[in-house]
Ligand binder design. Structure first.
Ligand SMILES: [Fe+2]
Length: 508
């Protein structure tokens, strides 16, 4: 059923009958049975154009034959008769006493054409006519089923694609919350679904109201090309203003609409030189745009929420620092080293982000510690140490209500566990300790050693590194220590220390 996949051309029963292999077999069989009669056909509405089946020598003979106006008249008469009765008609040519048969082609009680044979020297039997007519009807039934199947396919296909688009974008909604990652993903997905060469997503700036490109992919140049420095076209601006989609043969643009107009998504150049965008493509792109808006809004809200939470945590850190410098917060050096160590251990972007957040305020729980413990420069008593150790648990009590920071809770809770299982609060051992906590333990210890303290001088860089190495398998995870040593060997750690000299000295 080659025609089923070609939405641009609607298959006609008349053409399908001629292409049908069963019908070709029928003609071969009757050619033998009736001693090679002449075959003719006439499409409904074009009955005056009675044509031979094939342009063969015999066909040309037939054209000559048909050029006789009185023979045409005989066939035309039989056609009219067959149309009325919807049954085959046997006719006789009055001039040369030959016979012919006219079979109406009927589908759903409507006649769509006629075919027949003529130039028969002997009068055909009724049985022959019945077989010819019955076989033709069987083939038309088969064609009708194929046509129905094709119609259903054409009806279902865009909806199936639209449904699968909804499903795919829904997956994006739940899996990608990073807006910077989301735009190129939607762009590439659009190219894949619409089978286009170019795509561009433009968004309205919520402060200036200007339309700007946020993602553009041009597959004609490179599969990986992703550029946003393209200007929106006048058509895209028009789509945003009017809220109406635009469809041209090689261009499709639909608005991205939430509560208000928020942008456009447009595709250009259908893959395959002669292919054009169809109304189904517009339907699919519209569905895609509707789902994309949900994904974009979701990611934007998440980003705003994240920015707000992180901003609040940072502000809290600054406020606490003003009262007790570095009692609750750590240095920028601490944050950077955490991320650097995470990278050395092959953490994903998402994991690095969580690690970064966990480094912002790991000792937040100290807020509820008695001030005298925090101010104390002498050694703490057993009771005081016990109180101080609760800062991990108290810290997560504050953070667990902030959705964005939920993944950092285990890291902060266990950052004083030891690899050998002698740490706190749960005496977790080895890999039972979250990786983020194992990283933080190393960074926390290193920072403490190289920072100035009122009661001791900072340890020289090399000695601090040796101490970390010495504690591998005891206080620290040997794998994390290995990654730490790698950073030392490439000079990255020293670079970070030099980057923050004042900050490390300022620790009181
Ligand atoms: Fe701590």
């Amino acid at each position: 059923m080659a025609y089923v996949n070609d939405s641009s051309k609607k298959a006609k029963p008349f053409d399908l009958l001629l292409e049908n292999s069963g019908y070709k077999d029928l003609r071969t069989a009757f050619d033998k049975l009736l001693l090679r009669p002449l075959w003719w056909l006439a499409e409904k509405g074009k009955s005056s154009r009675i044509k031979p089946f094939l342009r063969t020598q015999r066909a040309r003979d037939m054209e000559d034959y048909l050029s006789l106006s009185d023979y045409k008249k005989t066939i035309s008469k039989s056609i009219r008769q067959a149309e009325r009765s919807k049954a085959p008609v046997l006719f006789e040519h009055p001039v040369n006493n030959t016979y012919g048969i006219c079979v109406p082609l009927v589908k759903d009680e409507k006649t769509f054409g006629f075919f027949g044979i003529c130039a028969l020297k002997a009068k055909p039997r009724h049985g022959t006519i019945d077989v010819l007519s019955g076989y033709t009807h069987a083939i038309i039934d088969e064609i009708s089923k194929d046509l129905e199947l094709g119609r259903v396919y054409e009806l279902v296909r865009p909806r199936a694609i639209a449904l699968s688009t909804v499903h795919t974008i829904n997956r994006l909604v739940t899996s990608i919350l990073d807006i910077k990652e989301l735009f190129p993903r939607i762009a590439r997905l659009t190219l894949q679904i619409l089978k286009a060469e170019r795509v561009r997503i433009c968004m309205v700036d919520k402060y200036t109201g200007a339309l700007g490109c946020v993602a553009a992919v041009d597959y004609r140049k490179s599969k990986d090309l992703f550029k946003i420095r393209t200007k929106p076209s006048p058509t895209e601006c028009k789509v945003v203003q009017s809220g109406r989609s635009v469809k041209k043969s090689n261009f499709l643009c639909v608005p991205l609409v939430d509560e208000e107009m928020c942008g456009t998504i447009s595709v250009r150049d259908k893959v395959g030189k002669k292919e054009k965008f169809s109304i189904f493509d517009r339907e699919i792109l519209t569905t895609l745009a509707e789902q994309a808006v949900i994904a974009i809004k979701n990611a934007q809200i998440y980003k705003e929420q994240e920015d707000l939470t992180i901003g609040t945590i940072k502000s809290l850190g600054y406020l606490l620092d003003a009262k007790f410098p570095r009692a609750y917060t750590h240095t920028e050096f601490f944050v950077e080293l955490m991320v650097e160590l995470g990278k050395a251990l092959g953490l994903t972007k998402k994991e690095l982000k969580i690690l970064h957040y966990s480094a912002l305020l790991p000792d937040l729980g100290k807020v509820v510690m008695p001030e005298e413990i925090l101010r104390k420069t002498k050694a703490l008593s057993g009771k005081e140490r016990k109180i101080l150790k609760t800062h991990t648990v108290r810290g997560i009590e504050v953070l667990k209500y902030l959705d964005v920071l939920k993944p950092v809770v285990p890291i902060i809770l266990h950052h004083h566990e030891r690899y050998d299982g002698t740490g706190y609060p749960e005496r977790l051992k080895a890999k039972d300790i979250p990786l983020g906590s194992r990283i933080m333990a190393v960074v926390d210890a290193f920072e403490a050693m190289v920072c100035h303290r009122p009661y001791r001088k900072p340890l020289p860089f090399r000695m601090a590194v040796s101490e970390i190495r010495r504690q591998a398998g005891k206080q620290f995870d040997p794998e994390v220590v290995k990654a730490f040593i790698r950073i030392v060997k490439i000079g990255r750690l020293e670079e970070l220390v030099r980057k923050h000299p004042d900050e490390l000295k300022k620790i009181t």
